[in-house]
Design a protein around this ligand. Sequence first.
Ligand SMILES: *[C@@H]1O[C@H](CO)[C@@H](O)[C@H](O)[C@H]1NC(C)=O
Ligand SMILES: [Zn+2]
Length: 413
Amino acid sequence: MEILQNRRWICLTLTLILKLNCSGEVESCTRRKVKRLLSFQRYCHASRLLRGLVPHTPGSLHLLDDDYLGQAGHMLSKVSAWNFDIFLFDRLTNGNSLVTLMCHLFNVYGLIHHFQLDMVKLHRFLGMVQEDYHSQNPYHNAVHAADVTQAMYCYLKEPKLAGQLSPLDVFLGLMAAAAHDVDHPGVNQPFLIKTRHHLASLYQNTSVLESHHWRSTVGMLRESGLLSHLPADMSQDIEQQLGSLILATDISRQNEFLLTFREHLDNQDLDLQLASHRHFILQIALKCADVCNPCRVWELSRQWSERVCEEFYRQGDLEKKFDLEISPLCNQQADTVPAIQTGFISYIVEPLFEEWQRFTEPSLLSQTMMGHLHKNKARWSRLRFTHPTSESQMQPHVEEDPEPEEQSLLFTV
Ligand SMILES: *[C@@H]1O[C@H](CO)[C@@H](O)[C@H](O)[C@H]1NC(C)=O
Ligand SMILES: [Zn+2]
């Protein structure tokens, strides 16, 4: 009976999702999309098993689920581990890492019950977010979003923070992480401005991408009706707070946030009873999660580094093709992966995580992250000088770093 009911539920949601995502034309759906949706339905059923909602009885449906659970489900039981391999998780979930992870974390925190969320609407929303990431971007794709969400989850669990957070804080933190780069075009803001992209004029050349990620998220929230049962002022507040969190990921505002954070820590005046202070810490946590790649174990860290540089180089190739000036960091011949990474770590990641460690102290996770950060930095440093660029081979003494301010500006454009 339970199986029959579940099967009916699965068919119903699948039909719904197919209709909603494909405007009634199931035929136009790609096979990959259908495959993803199917495996997602399996996960939903499986997660009910995980939570003990469905008694585990043998049956053909369950055999499928167990097979599925055996891999991705086993990984989910260790989702708070800092060495969580999101690339593997994405393969095991058939490209559904973001939806699967978010569903799981919403269950872990009881957010569906707390906010009385409609499961079908939640699936619709998360599916839309995941699909709106560009899978052809080497870096800014749904796996990056899932990775940032997993890091955010680890930060929300920090002893200094966990006990102070309200369900709304957790909801906002996870939602902002999942959606913070949605529909990223794989090129940066200066590129959009100089090519007179409509987004640049829409957002008047400021936080162009971040504004777009936020407004797209709001659009999908409204389209899915996920928050339509909440009082208007509450859903408005959620939209505004999501905006403030997502806009904080604009790297050109890094100094502003870092200085304020440092000041709070120096004055020891952060009061997490205050919603405004918790919001500030969520902004910082999201910023940390967004640039935490160099704090991961080398094997994961290296993959992200190569991906982000590949995305830069593609922009550089586009600029070359259209006779535009090649942007900083985007020239594959001059800007090597080790050089980009050592700069990024020294001027963006290290200063931020030093303050985060001060805030979270004593924190095992922060210690682990700083350990990886220093090792990875040293490794990129060695690689930088053992594999110099052709340019520096000709002029071996010009490899001097520019002034710190100049160098950090490269990353904040
Ligand atoms: C945005 O930048 C472009 C190119 O520099 C410039 O032509 C345009 O006037 C700027 N728009 C705004 C609103 O500042
Ligand atoms: Zn990001």
